[in-house]
Design a protein around this ligand. Structure first.
Ligand code: ADP
Length: 502
């Protein structure tokens, strides 16, 4: 009766439970192991391959050794047959044999000596093997002068037989057949087979253990990577692999993984900051609106007071509308980063139209707004987006430049990396931006002076949106500034036509 081995009636330890599960269904366990572990897969394939190679090698060795032994056996058979042939004399052209003369050919018990006359008659036979036909078949060939090796089944196992012609001068006077037992060869081959059958599985087992050890060593760091990756979460982005070792495949994987986590951490922190900033920005006007309404309804007021409250509420609502509008635009461009840029756009016409739109604002602040550009300046893109880009930059220039200041728009073309490009520079005589703030200008919700710029109606998203649009058009915006003298925002866009026309 088959009995399942159990570690007690109910295994108490975890190892006991695992063993019990393995023994209850070893096949399923082996399949799970192979599917889930590359280490076992490598070892399995390696062992399978090695087993195939060992079978081939063993079979090859067996055949080669057998052939070599038979070759040697045939050589010694031939030299003994020659010896025997030399003991045979002739009388009047007839073969002369005495039993004693052929006795020297008897090397062991299991042997065969037969002599035939030229007409094929058997005249000497010292072994009564019942394979007369097989033996006689080679005689005509020997009488025709050919030597022939073949095997027959003797009384105590296989024998190797050689039939040679007997010459009397140049005439074939008969044939001699010498057969010897292949017992020694058989013994050697059996010993070889035994050795191969014992050695091969042993070598295979050792090699498989070696393969498993090497695979474990090679894949060990991957387990560490997996464990580290499991520990990384949104709350714990600081974890790194910091794998020290050679710059091999695993080393490169670990470095790439660390670099990826760093990028993810940055993106995640950016996202978190953005969400916090966005909710803060949205809350401020709402709080202001609620506060103003609360004050207004506290007691009965005159019409003028209500009107002032309503105007202020309207201003806050407009700010909210601008903010949600900008947030929506960024969310859309994040979701679909690259618009299809096909429309040809002439900045020579677009820029003056934008300037005309903003002129009343500049005039109200007593600022001069100058534009200098060639009649055509072709690019490709989305007209609404490009209007938004230049409106944002010009609006900033007007808002941040003091009353009486000046704003100039200069355009030009140049070649960067063999690509003709357009640049539009917007210079103002505003307060300028400190060098430490320049790298952050295009970040979402970045403001040099939070309180003041918010009071001026900005959302903190204008430059970020402008940069997003420029990049989507294959260009970019660069800011340079000297504190106290003014700032220049330069937009670079790809040329929409050949250089002379753009
Ligand atoms: P905002 O809506 O606050 O203007 P922006 O993204 O357009 O947001 O600009 C970000 C910050 O960059 C501004 O708050 C301001 O501090 C600074 N800035 C932008 N343009 C200028 C400029 N022409 N001169 C001085 N500072 C500027």
């Amino acid at each position: 009766m088959k009995q399942r081995i159990r570690f007690g009636s109910a295994p108490a330890t975890a190892a006991g439970r695992i063993f019990d599960r393995i023994l209850s269904n070893p096949l399923a366990w082996a399949r799970t192991l192979l599917v889930r572990s590359i280490r076992w897969q490598i070892t399995g394939w390696y062992t399978l391959l090695l087993a195939g190679m060992m079978v081939l090698f063993s079979a090859g060795t067996y055949v080669a050794v057998y052939r070599l032994l038979i070759e040697n056996f045939d050589e010694s058979l031939a030299s003994q047959a020659n010896l025997l042939v030399n003991t045979i004399g002739f009388e009047n052209g007839e073969l002369m044999i005495t039993n004693d003369s052929l006795r020297i050919g008897r090397v062991n018990n299991e042997h065969l000596i037969r002599v035939y006359r030229a007409d094929g008659t058997l005249i000497y036979n010292d072994n009564s093997i019942e394979q007369a036909n097989a033996l006689a078949a080679s005689v005509p060939l020997a009488l025709a002068g050919e030597r022939q090796h073949f095997a027959i089944e003797g009384r105590e196992g296989p024998m190797r037989v050689l039939t040679v012609p007997i010459f009397d001068g140049t005439r074939t006077a008969g044939a001699l057949q010498l057969g010897l037992s292949l017992e020694d060869v058989g013994d050697t081959m059996r010993a070889l087979l035994k050795a191969l059958l014992i050695l091969a599985p042993g070598v295979l087992l050792l090699a498989s253990c070696g393969g498993f050890f090497l695979a474990s060593r090679a894949l060990g760091p991957i387990n560490r990577i997996t464990r580290a990756a499991q520990q990384i979460s949104a709350e714990n982005f600081s974890r790194r692999l910091d794998l020290r070792g050679p710059n091999d495949e695993i080393g490169r994987l670990a470095h790439t993984f660390d670099a990826m986590i760093t990028r993810l951490q940055l993106a995640f922190e950016q996202q978190r900051r953005f969400t916090a900033d966005a909710s803060h920005e949205l809350r401020s006007p709402i709080t202001a609106i609620i506060g103003q309404i609360d004050v207004a309804v506290e007691r009965t007021r005159d019409a003028e007071s209500y009107q002032a409250t309503l105007l202020s509420v309207r201003e806050q609502a407009q700010r909210l509308a601008r903010l949600t509008n900008d947030l929506l635009y960024l969310a859309r461009s994040d979701a679909q980063p690259k618009p299809v840029l096909k429309e040809p756009i002439d900045l020579g016409q677009l820029l003056p139209a934008i300037v005309a739109q903003l002129e009343p604002l500049a005039e109200a602040r007593n600022q001069t707004l100058q534009i200098q550009l060639p009649p055509t300046l072709l690019t490709h893109g989305n007209e609404d987006d490009l209007i938004r880009l230049f409106l944002n930059l010009l609006d900033n220039a007007i808002r941040y430049t003091p009353i009486g200041g000046s704003i100039a728009i200069e355009t030009g073309t140049h070649t960067t990396n063999n690509q003709p490009t357009i640049h539009v520079a917007i210079r103002d005589t505003g307060p300028g931006i400190a060098p430490e703030h320049l790298p952050h200008l295009f970040e979402r919700f970045f403001r040099v002076d939070r309180g003041r710029t918010r009071a001026q109606g900005g959302t903190g998203l204008g430059l970020s949106i402008a940069q997003t649009i420029a990049q989507a058009h294959g260009g970019q915006i660069q800011a340079t500034s000297t504190l106290g003298q003014g700032s220049t925002f330069t937009v670079t866009l790809p040329c929409g036509s050949i250089q002379t026309l753009c």
